[in-house]
Design a protein around this ligand. Structure first.
Ligand code: AMP
Length: 304
């Protein structure tokens, strides 16, 4: 089933304890689409400036990402500069330059408007709301956000919450949005404000899904080397939504499988800079890691 993503397409400059990259291909929509493309076709809407090396997006096109909704505007592309120190769960934003994003209005091409699965990647919540006014009758609308928007566009974000089925955010963002220190209370607060499902990601400590009065937890895959955590959240979302769009089943058991699919994709992207690892992944790699995940959480219920 059709999957639409709207989000940032960025040039990222990232520093981790293991290396540095300047103007690497990044952005919420880029990571999401590349990850989701392992499960099926993806429709992407976003904007780049006239300084953007658009040929780099051919890698996405070759993976079945439809770029008919990509706009090129006069001006500078979105740029994010960040640093990770030894705690790779914490991204320190050094600079955010919105560039063409400050006057972008997403235009969803007619052929994308009937998408059944819609992911509003991390961008200005006013743009996320704009997109919702243009899609016709989606089965599932999910969104992501971050501290930058929780601080600067809180009321728009609260309006958005009232219009989505699902939100993914990390633990610090969930606390900041709800003003609750306890994550279970934070999830309840968010559920009261609109979505019926909340996914709280905790980096290397896994992800919780709060849904239908129950909580599901998937650990993160224990990697022995994490190179660059940028994009883990968006790649998680890509695996999660890609899996749901492919299977077309929003029952609880399948949502749980989708959380594992998301965790698998998040575990791959951090093994390299930018989207490099997502590009060389095969379906065998995905199947193998999914089986390893299963092993990781399997135990004999009769222990006690
Ligand atoms: P994550 O999956 O949370 O690690 O997201 C990483 C991506 O988010 C990076 O590639 C950045 O380009 C992008 N990003 C960072 N800040 C913003 C922002 N304020 N709005 C949209 N995208 C952003």
């Amino acid at each position: 089933m059709s999957l639409l993503v709207v989000g940032s397409i960025a040039l990222d400059s990232v520093e981790t304890p293991f290396g540095k990259a300047d103007d690497a291909l990044g952005g919420s929509a880029t990571y999401f689409a590349t990850s989701a493309s392992h499960y099926g076709p993806v429709e992407l809407v976003g904007v780049v400036g006239d300084d953007f090396p658009v040929q780099r997006l051919d890698q996405l096109r070759e993976r079945g990402v439809n770029l008919d909704g990509l706009e090129r505007m006069h001006g500078e592309s979105f740029r994010w500069r960040g640093r990770y120190r030894h705690d790779l769960n914490v991204a320190e934003t050094l600079e955010t330059r919105l560039g063409v994003f400050s006057h972008f209005r997403p235009k969803i091409p007619a052929q994308f408007r009937r998408a059944k699965y819609v992911f509003l990647g991390n961008i200005d919540p006013r743009l996320q709301l704009d997109v919702l006014d243009q899609v016709e009758n989606p089965d599932l609308v999910a969104c992501d956000t971050m501290n930058f928007w929780i601080e600067s566009r809180r009321s728009d974000l609260l309006r958005l919450l009232g219009r989505v089925h699902l939100i993914t955010l990390n633990d610090a963002e969930a606390r900041q949005l709800s003003e609750e220190a306890n994550l279970v209370k934070a999830a309840r607060w968010i559920l009261r404000h609109g979505p019926s499902t909340v996914i709280i990601k905790k980096g290397e400590h896994g992800a919780f899904m709060f849904h239908a009065g129950r909580v599901f937890f998937a650990p993160a895959y224990p990697l022995d080397s994490v190179f660059d955590p940028t994009g883990a959240g968006d790649s998680f979302a890509g695996g999660f939504m890609g899996y749901l769009a492919r299977t077309g089943d929003l029952g609880e058991a399948n949502m749980r499988r989708a959380v594992v699919a998301g965790s698998v994709m998040g575990s791959f992207v951090v093994e390299g800079f930018s989207i490099a690892r997502l590009l060389d992944l095969t379906s065998d790699d995905i199947a193998r890691r999914t089986a390893e995940f299963r092993q990781l959480v399997a135990f004999d219920a009769e222990i006690a």
